[in-house]
Design a protein around this ligand. Sequence first.
Ligand SMILES: *Cc1c(COP(=O)(O)O)cnc(C)c1O
Length: 484
Amino acid sequence: MILISTRDSRMGVPASKAVLMGIAPDGGLLVPLKFPQLSIEKDEPYPALAARVLAQFFDDLPELDKLTQEAYRCFDDPRVAPVVKTADGEYVMELWHGPTLAFKDMALSVLPRLLTASMALHGGSDVLILVATSGDTGKAALEGFCDVPHTRIVVFYPSDGVSEMQKLQMVTQGGDNTQVVAVKGNFDDAQSGVKAMFADETFVSAVAEKGYSLSSANSINFGRLAPQIAYYYGAYAQLVSMGEIAQGEPINLVVPTGNFGNILAGYYAKRMGLPVAKLICASNRNNVLTDFFHSGEYSLKRPFYRTMSPSMDILISSNLERLLFELTGRDPHMVSAMMKQLKETGVYDIGETARRALEADFWADWCSEEETMACIRRTFETKGYLLDTHTAVAAGVYEKYKKTGDATKTVIVSTASPYKFPQDVLASLGESTDGMDAFALSRRLSAKTGTRLPRQIEELETKPVRHKTVVERSGMREAVLEAL
Ligand SMILES: *Cc1c(COP(=O)(O)O)cnc(C)c1O
């Protein structure tokens, strides 16, 4: 399948090349020339489903079946992304059964394998992966790329924007090709720093001189997006197998959203033929997307808040550009103009007609910190299901959505294990957490809720810290060149 840029549709590359590029040379995002149509198969093993999705785009790569089997081998549930019934017509899809306990594993266990297969096909130099992370991407990327031949990875995380557990997961990372660097500032500082490196020709040639070409593992890479389409099909097939829905019956999806990657994959699934009614976009207090869906205006003129769902603490939702491309009838000039406006003025407006067109597919709302905590407690007490802080934002938004009267069966997308955020989860349940470290908190959480302490957490306790570098935003380039 050929991919085109959201900012210049004359430029086309095969998906296997797009994975190596990360972003288009004009700064746009790469999107499929058209949406292939994919059927729903009951009782299909997850790796086979994922391979079938990938084959729609990566039609020039061999042995995708083997690739996805290896990618999902270490997941701790045979269904990979199991669906759990929590109430009548309400289900949770758990995307956190991989090595880092967060949904990023769903794509980042596949991406390095797509990259090496694409490198084998197209040739070229070794790949340097630069990642800016708000917490979960970093660790999942480090795990995915750890000791993968012909790759190096440097991960930047905001020094004060990730949870203690997330930080521990990253700074203890092993592997000879990995580097983890703290950047003073918030996630948008780290992300714009990485974007600036990609756009800096002097830097790119300095990297090339050392034998590497740059690529990204951030959710703007199409190799991240494609594997995420599969689990929406997987959830649907499970609901059919469980006898919860009839084949062809539409379902709603509620997605806790940050960079707009996960929910965009749900939208792509819909365009590929999955019966999806509403895509419900759930935000935390950084509710720039809620305002966008309600007013048509995307505005960065707002404060940035640190919340207990740090992976959603984002002001610039990069993947929204792919939705704008569809919304404008695939008009690269309009998309370019909006992105330019955002960069220069911090605002763009899609206008009332376009905004109303979005209402056919999307609904949006947000939860405050208090609402999120209350939702964790209420869900545990009334449904016996333990939510993490990100999924709780989605569950809370779904409670608001239900007041519209829509009784369509709904899947809440769960993006992290509660054990990644034990302090906030325990506090939500009304437990005191004073003076306890992340591991004591995890054991307390397990004792309090009767849920199993994940092995991934237990192993972390004895691992030595390997990465201690802290830089200013201006020092990011140097940190990379030093690492090579
Ligand atoms: C990354 C992440 C999100 C946000 O996903 P996007 O694709 O960026 O919208 C939500 N929850 C968790 C736990 C995450 O790691």
